[in-house]
Each structure stands twice: as C-alpha cells, then as structure tokens.
Design a protein around this ligand. Structure first.
Ligand SMILES: Nc1nc2c(ncn2[C@@H]2O[C@H](COP(=O)(O)OP(=O)(O)OP(=O)(O)O)[C@@H](O)[C@H]2O)c(=O)[nH]1
Ligand SMILES: [Mg+2]
Length: 206
C-alpha cells in the first residue's frame, strides 16, 4: 500500500491539536534514532519531514495526514542532553499529557536504534507505556548498520515484553520493513489491530 502523506502543521501544546477526530499514530524515540527519516521512508518522500545530523531538531508535535484518513505524528526525540534540563522536563510534560489525554491516538511506535537496543531511556519509555497501559509497537531503525544476528537477538529480547504488540526491523535508507509497517499502521489507525483497546487513566493533576 502507499502512504500519500502531506504535512499539516506543527503544534507546541496539546490544547491546540486538530479536532477533526481522525485517528493518529505517533512515532517516538531518542533524538537521532531516525523518526523523521522513517516518516519520509513510509511516505516515499525525501524531504517531507526534516531530518538532521544535529540531534534534537524536532521540537514540536508534527502532524502529517496520510491517505486523507489518519495522522502520523512525528514527536521530539527524548534523551537529548544538550537541551537545558528545564526544557527537557517541559517537553516530557507535554508528551506525557499528549499520550494520556489524546483520545485519537490509536497506537504508538517506539523507535530503537538496532545498534544500541538497550539504552536506559528506551527501557524507561517502554516501562512508562506499560504502566499507563498504552499500546506500543517497536521499530528497530538503521538495520542496514547492524548485523543480522544481533538484530535477531534484539527482536527476541524485546519480544519477551508482553506490553509490546509487534516489532519491526527497518532501514529508512534501504526501505527494508516499510511495506509491513505501512500495513500495520494503517490497520491500527482503522482500529483493526488485534490488541485490546487502550485504557486511559485520569491525569494525575487537573
Ligand atoms: N544508515 C542509516 N541512517 C539513518 C537511518 N535513518 C536515519 N538515519 C540517519 O540518522 C540521522 C538522524 O535521523 P533523523 O530522522 O533526523 O532522526 P530523528 O529521530 O528525527 O531526530 P530528532 O528529530 O533530532 O529527534 C540522520 O543523519 C539520518 O540520515 C537508517 O535507516 N539508516
Ligand atoms: Mg526528527
């Protein structure tokens, strides 16, 4: 299937997000893991989402409308130390609020670099989504840079977590894994992936 994608807008806060009720799938992961590149590869467009050699470029929730039916959301990377701590905390607050409150969010894809699969911040993110009972799938990125045997080991290790619905091995450079991932995301947005619906918790403070 094709992802016919168009940039809609960038949002700095949850209060201003689209209200048209279209479902959305968010892509998250450490700075520089390849979120924007993955979006470009999914859409088969070179410069739809801005990619960069400078980590921490994406600082807003960036909305892309796919096939006129659902949104893909490119999120700011976490774990980027060069930003001031106060700024990182502020972003974490925006992101957490988004994940907990956003009813249109049908699934979240956590991107993990296939060469560095056991980063503490990734493990913490997986735990956070598990604690909040939010559906999560994993996308191993940059598989063109990792050994096939290592990748298979990562898939096995990550697959042991029961809070993860599916794992994809991808390369945005080679296009590897994109067809499967497109299908999965489209199904998820259409509400037909096999996982139980997400449970929303009340935000801790109102
Ligand atoms: N070899 C290889 N390099 C990749 C791949 N995907 C991304 N990259 C490179 O990794 C770097 C970061 O990619 P981005 O897509 O900008 O990463 P990001 O996660 O959006 O980064 P932030 O927006 O800063 O959080 C760029 O230099 C990309 O060219 C891949 O599949 N293979
Ligand atoms: Mg980016």
């Amino acid at each position: 299937m094709k992802f016919d994608a168009a940039f809609v807008s960038s949002f700095a806060s949850v209060g201003t997000l689209p209200v048209d009720g279209k479902p959305e799938v968010a892509l998250i992961g450490r700075s520089n893991v390849g979120k924007s590149s993955l979006l470009n590869a999914l859409a088969d467009r070179k410069q739809l989402a801005k990619t960069s050699g400078t980590p921490g470029k994406t600082r807003t929730l960036n909305y892309y409308l796919v096939n006129g039916a659902f949104y893909l959301v490119d999120m700011p990377g976490y774990g980027y130390a060069r930003h001031a701590k106060s700024e990182r905390v502020e972003w974490a607050r925006v992101a957490e609020r988004y994940f907990i409150e956003r009813k249109e969010l049908t699934d979240v894809g956590l991107l993990i670099d296939a060469r560095h699969p056991r980063m503490e911040s990734d493990e913490a993110a997986i735990q956070w989504f598990r604690d909040h009972e939010i559906s999560l799938f994993i996308v191993l990125t940059k598989c063109d840079k990792a050994k096939q045997r290592d990748i298979a080991g990562h898939v096995r290790a990550i697959g042991e977590s029961d809070s993860i619905s599916k794992i994809f091995t991808t390369s945005s450079v080679e296009g590897r894994g994109m067809a499967d991932l497109r299908r999965f995301i489209a199904q998820s947005a259409a509400g037909s992936n096999s996982r139980a619906p997400r449970v929303f918790q009340q935000p801790a403070e109102v």
